[in-house]
Design a protein around this ligand. Sequence first.
Ligand code: ZN
Length: 100
Amino acid sequence: MKMSPKLEHTVDAPWMCSGCGYMMDACAPLEGENVAPETGDVSLCMNCGRVYWREGRSWRPITEVERASLEPESRRELTLAEFHRGRVIKEDLAAKPGRA
Ligand SMILES: [Zn+2]
């Protein structure tokens, strides 16, 4: 999984992962230029890798139907990220100064 080299992010309303309790207040695309999240986008908890679905202005756990609607490559990347429990993202952020 590739990360944006600049790791630009969008500040979001604080929210807590329902899987591990990790608090997040920003999101960033895995590649390409930073864009604000929109309904139907997916994201991962940076601590445990739980997958979330954007609905309006908030994130909620993705449903199986929504997951099945994703492109095969996106499903594959999400599965890998869950398997690694978000470590890919955490390790990238650990190499950068500042907060995500
Ligand atoms: Zn989590």
